[in-house]
Design a protein around this ligand. Structure first.
Ligand code: ADP
Ligand code: MG
Length: 468
C-alpha cells in the first residue's frame, strides 16, 4: 500500500516535483492509527510539511484506512535506503537521455533522473531529451523569433549582452521546453557545458546545499558553466531563493556566460518575483511564442505523422484528415501529439485506414469546449429568484403567493428543459416536492408560453443567460 501511495503522489505532483521533494519519503512506522514517515534531512521535512503535507495525508488515508495522524521525522542521514553508501563523483554535465531516434519513435520511459541534489554537495541538472532539437522544431510565424534567438544563444558568440538573459514566454504546450532542450543539446554538441534545470530543481539544489552548508559549492558549480537553462522560472519562489537566483544570474551574465529561461508569462507579470531579479530577467531579450496558427499546427502534425509512419509501415493519414485535426485542435503541441498517438492507436487496433469520421472519434476527448455547458439546478434557482425579486429560499419554501409561485414554476420548467434531471429529482431539489407538482409546473409554463409573448421572451432570455 505504501508503494501505491508513492505512486499516486508521483502521478499527482508530477515527475519533477516528486523526484525533487518526495522521492525519499519512507514509511517508518505505523501504530495505533499513527503513521510515521521519514526523510533524510530537516530541510526536506520542513519543506514537505509546508508544501505537501495535506496532499500526503489525503493520499495516505485513502490507502491506509483508519490512520488518524501522520508525523514526519528525520531519519539518520548516514545512509539512504536502497542507495550505495558512497556515491559516484558529482557529474556536472548530464548527458542527453540517450534517446536518439526520430520524434514519435518509442517514448523513452520517464527519465530516471539522478537526484537533483543531496545533503552533500552533489548536484546535477535534469537530463536533456535528445529528441528535442532544433531539427525537430517546426518553424512558423509564431515561434520563428524565439527559435532564432535560442539557436543564436546556443552558439553563443560571447559578448552578445543583448541576448542575455534570453527570456522565452508562452502558454502551455507551445514549445518552450522543446526550445530549451534544443539549445542545451546544441551547446553540448559544440562541447559547451550546459545545465538544464526546472525551477523545482533549482530551488532544491540551492536550499539543500545551503542546509548542508555547502551552498558555495552549488554556486560555484552553476557559475562554472557556459549555459544555464532554467525552465518554468515563474515557479521560483521564496525570498532567499529568488535572491540567490538573482546572484547566480548576475554572476553568470557579468562573466559573459549565457542564461536562458522560459516562463508562462512575460517578466512584467511575475508578480511574486523579487523586483531586482525581475528587472534583470527583463534586461536581455524577451521573446514570446504566440499560439500556433493553422499552418504551424499542420506542420507539427505532418512532422509527427511522418516520424510515426516510418516506424509503423502502412499507417497513412490523408491531407484531409490532417487539416481536419489541425482545425479541431487549436490548443497546443501536446494535444497535437496526443492526437497523432490516438490516430495511430485507432488505426492499429481496428486495422482500418484513418478517415475523418474515425479521426473524429479518436480525438474526441482532446477537442475541448465544444460541449454545451452543464447547467445546475441551483444556478437556475438563483438566477430566476434574482430576476423576480424573490429569494432562493422563497422558491424552495411552501409559500403560495403569486409573487413566488410564478418564478418557482419557471425555475422548475427551466430545470426540466435545461438539465437532464428527472421530475422526482427536480422535485427533491425544490424543497422536497412531489414529481407531480413539477410536472404540473412544467405543463403550466409550456401552455403559457404558447400565447404569452412577454413570458416567452422572458424565458428565452433566462435560458440564454444560463447557457452563457
Ligand atoms: P511548453 O514547454 O511550452 O509547455 P513543450 O515544449 O513541452 O511546451 O511542447 C509540447 C509538445 O509539443 C512537445 O512535445 C513539443 O515537442 C511539441 N512542440 C511544440 N512546438 C513545436 C514545434 N514548433 N515543432 C515541433 N514540436 C513542437
Ligand atoms: Mg514546458
Amino acid at each position: 500500500a505504501w508503494v501505491r501511495v508513492k505512486r499516486r503522489l508521483r502521478a499527482e505532483v508530477g515527475e519533477d516535483v516528486f523526484t525533487s521533494w518526495l522521492a525519499r519519503l519512507e514509511l517508518s512506522g505505523l501504530e495505533n492509527g499513527q503513521a510515521s514517515l521519514s526523510v533524510p534531512t530537516r530541510f526536506l521535512k520542513s519543506w514537505i510539511e509546508a508544501h505537501y503535507l495535506d496532499r500526503i495525508v489525503t493520499t495516505f488515508r485513502s490507502e491506509f484506512a483508519g490512520v488518524s495522524g501522520i508525523a514526519i521525522t528525520v531519519r539518520s542521514a548516514l545512509r539512504e535506503p536502497g542507495q550505495p553508501a558512497r556515491r559516484p563523483a558529482p557529474r556536472l554535465v548530464v548527458e542527453g537521455g540517450g534517446a536518439t531516434g526520430p520524434l514519435g519513435g518509442p517514448q523513452p520511459v520517464a527519465a530516471t533522473s539522478p537526484l537533483p541534489g543531496s545533503d552533500r554537495d552533489e548536484f546535477a541538472g535534469a537530463p536533456l531529451d535528445g529528441r528535442l532539437t532544433f531539427d525537430s522544431f517546426v518553424l512558423g510565424r509564431s515561434n520563428a523569433l524565439a527559435q532564432a534567438a535560442a539557436e543564436r544563444i546556443a552558439q553563443n558568440d560571447r559578448g552578445t549582452a543583448l541576448y542575455n538573459p534570453l527570456y522565452i514566454h508562452a502558454g502551455v504546450g507551445l514549445g518552450k521546453t522543446h526550445l530549451l532542450h534544443a539549445a542545451g543539446n546544441a551547446a553540448r554538441i559544440d562541447g559547451r557545458r550546459a545545465i538544464y534545470l526546472t525551477a523545482d530543481r533549482f530551488m532544491y539544489g540551492f536550499v539543500a546545499s545551503l542546509k548542508a552548508q555547502t551552498s558555495h559549492a552549488f554556486k560555484e558549480r552553476l557559475r562554472g558553466i557556459d549555459l544555464l537553462i532554467i525552465d518554468d522560472v515563474q515557479f521560483i519562489q521564496g525570498k532567499t531563493i529568488q535572491q540567490e537566483f538573482g546572484h547566480t544570474l548576475n554572476a553568470l551574465i557579468d562573466a559573459g556566460r549565457q542564461v536562458v529561461v522560459a516562463a508562462d508569462r512575460p517578466p512584467s507579470e511575475l508578480e511574486s518575483m523579487d523586483e531586482r531579479v525581475r528587472s534583470r530577467l527583463a534586461g536581455g531579450l524577451v521573446v514570446e511564442i504566440a499560439p500556433l496558427d493553422e499552418d504551424l499546427r499542420i506542420g507539427i502534425l505532418s512532422q509527427r505523422l511522418t516520424a510515426v509512419a516510418a516506424a509503423h509501415p502502412g499507417f497513412e493519414v490523408s491531407p484531409a484528415v490532417v487539416s481536419y485535426v489541425a482545425n479541431a485542435i487549436s490548443t497546443n503541441g501536446r494535444d497535437l501529439e496526443g492526437a497523432v498517438n490516438r490516430l495511430l492507436a485507432h488505426a492499429t487496433l481496428t486495422g482500418t485506414a484513418v478517415t475523418i469520421e474515425t479521426a473524429e472519434t479518436a480525438i474526441r476527448d482532446l477537442v475541448r469546449n465544444r460541449e454545451p455547458k452543464r447547467i445546475r439546478i441551483e444556478d437556475i434557482q438563483k438566477l430566476v429568484a434574482s430576476r423576480y425579486n424573490v429569494s432562493r429560499s422563497d422558491i424552495l419554501s411552501e409559500r403560495r403567493t403569486a409573487a413566488v409561485v410564478k418564478p418557482r414554476q419557471i425555475a422548475m420548467y427551466l430545470s426540466k428543459v435545461l438539465t437532464l434531471r428527472s421530475l422526482p429529482e427536480i422535485g427533491r431539489r425544490f424543497g422536497g416536492r412531489d414529481h407531480t407538482t413539477v410536472l404540473h409546473a412544467v405543463r403550466k409554463i409550456e401552455k403559457a408560453l404558447d400565447g404569452d409573448t412577454t413570458l416567452s421572451e422572458e424565458v428565452e432570455l433566462l435560458k440564454r443567460m444560463l447557457q452563457e
